[in-house]
Design a protein around this ligand. Structure first.
Ligand SMILES: Cc1ncc(COP(=O)(O)O)c(C=O)c1O
Length: 389
């Protein structure tokens, strides 16, 4: 039989009416602990850091959406990333893309490095990954498209190189969501999402997840699931039941939202590209994007994130951002409402200025999360604010 389409999975996967009451919506099991009939005898749950029924349903659904056998959820995207880094030991080496969410850079550079885990940040492609490999390389970590410069990285090629080397390949799939891209199907070993973004989709939850197919960890005698599940409980960065419920509710409309985000982003990107006050637009869905062909090959769409460079100097850029009425000036992305931000001052401020300059995060770079409003209204808003530059 044909497997269900994404839209169906988003509504039904992992979700059964509550066995106790028949409730159609997954109940919020707002409890920290569970009665035991005798010491150690319980119904599968003993303490909510270890497991919680609302979380169990969410994890099953995420695994189905991303095409993995297992999913684990965390209190934030960075807590999920930290759990992957906890698979490593002092003396291990990581390769990461140079264009990366600022918080991931901060975690690698200022938390993992002092603990003896060194990261090489590279402009990632097949040749640069091969050149950066060391005998102790255990993990290759990247986003595709990257944040904020939307570079498209060949997931299949990088995953192959990592596998041949006995390293894990982890992809931060936050920007495209499982609706548009499934890195596990391209050979990646781990997918991370900041669920704070598209998966939840309503800017009211902070959460992260890891999705994977259980497999042996090449350098350890443990399987990926056993080790990560142990770490989820041992480190304890788990989300609350209420937040798991909100994410479950958000996911039901993920397919509808992603389609609309993409339609709007394409219209806004094309309009900006034709505007005389815009130097350059970066959106993988535009034919002008150098990674357009690769993006079309490895993903089913291009999402709602775009970046652009207005022909303006620093004092004018913040004024333009503050002049916008529909685009809210705020960090984060992936909610139904359009957000806009200035990476150099906001999301990527934790990256040292000289490094930002090297990568291309200039003072006139603007990153934009195109929401699901009317594209015409969004364009009018940009038009009005650009006129003042
Ligand atoms: C691409 C990407 N990855 C990871 C994160 C971190 O996720 P969280 O804020 O949920 O910890 C973010 C946050 O902005 C992000 O944009």
């Amino acid at each position: 039989m044909r497997p269900p389409d994404f839209e169906t999975l988003a509504v039904h996967a992992g979700i059964e009416p509550d066995p106790l009451t028949g409730a159609v919506m997954t109940p919020i099991y707002q409890t920290s602990t569970y009665a035991q009939s005798a010491p150690g005898e319980h119904k599968g749950y003993d303490y909510s850091r270890s497991d919680n029924p609302t979380r169990t349903v969410l994890q099953a659904q995420l695994a189905a959406l991303e095409g993995g056998s297992r999913a684990l959820v965390y209190a934030s995207g960075l807590a999920a990333t930290d759990c992957v880094l906890n698979l490593l030991r002092s003396g291990d080496h990581v390769i990461a893309s140079d264009d990366l969410y600022g918080g991931t850079f901060r975690l690698l550079e200022y938390v993992a490095k002092p603990r003896g885990i060194e990261t090489s940040f590279i402009a990632m492609n097949e040749a640069s990954v091969r050149a950066a490999l060391k005998p102790n390389t255990r993990l290759v970590w990247f986003e595709s498209p990257t944040n904020p410069l939307l570079k498209v990285i060949d997931i299949e090629a990088v995953a192959r190189i990592a596998s041949e080397h006995g390293a894990l390949c982890a992809v931060d799939n936050t920007f495209l969501s499982p609706y548009f891209q499934n890195p596990l199907k391209l050979g990646a070993h781990l997918v991370m999402h900041s669920m704070t973004k598209y998966i939840n989709g309503h800017s009211d939850v902070i959460m992260g997840c890891l999705i994977f197919n259980d497999r042996p960890i090449p350098w350890a005698d443990k399987g990926l699931y056993e080790r990560l599940k142990f770490l989820q409980n041992a480190v304890g960065g788990v989300p609350a039941p209420m937040d798991c419920f909100l994410a479950l509710r958000g996911i039901k409309t993920l397919a509808l939202r992603m389609k609309r985000h993409e339609e709007n982003a394409l219209q806004v990107a094309a309009w900006l590209e034709a505007h005389p006050k815009i130097e350059r637009v970066i959106y993988p869905g535009l034919a002008s994007h150098p990674g357009h062909a690769l993006a079309c090959r490895q993903a089913r769409g291009h999402g709602g994130m775009l970046s652009f460079f207005p022909r303006a100097k620093l004092p004018q850029v913040p004024c333009f951002l503050s002049d916008l009425k529909l685009f809210t000036l705020a960090e984060s992305l992936g909610g139904v409402e359009s957000l806009i931000e200035h990476p150099a001052i906001m999301t990527h401020a934790s990256i040292p200025p000289e490094r930002r300059a090297e990568i291309g995060i200039t003072d006139n770079l603007i990153r934009c999360s195109v929401g699901i409003e009317s594209a015409r209204d969004l364009i009018d808003d940009l038009d009005r604010a650009l006129a003042k530059i």
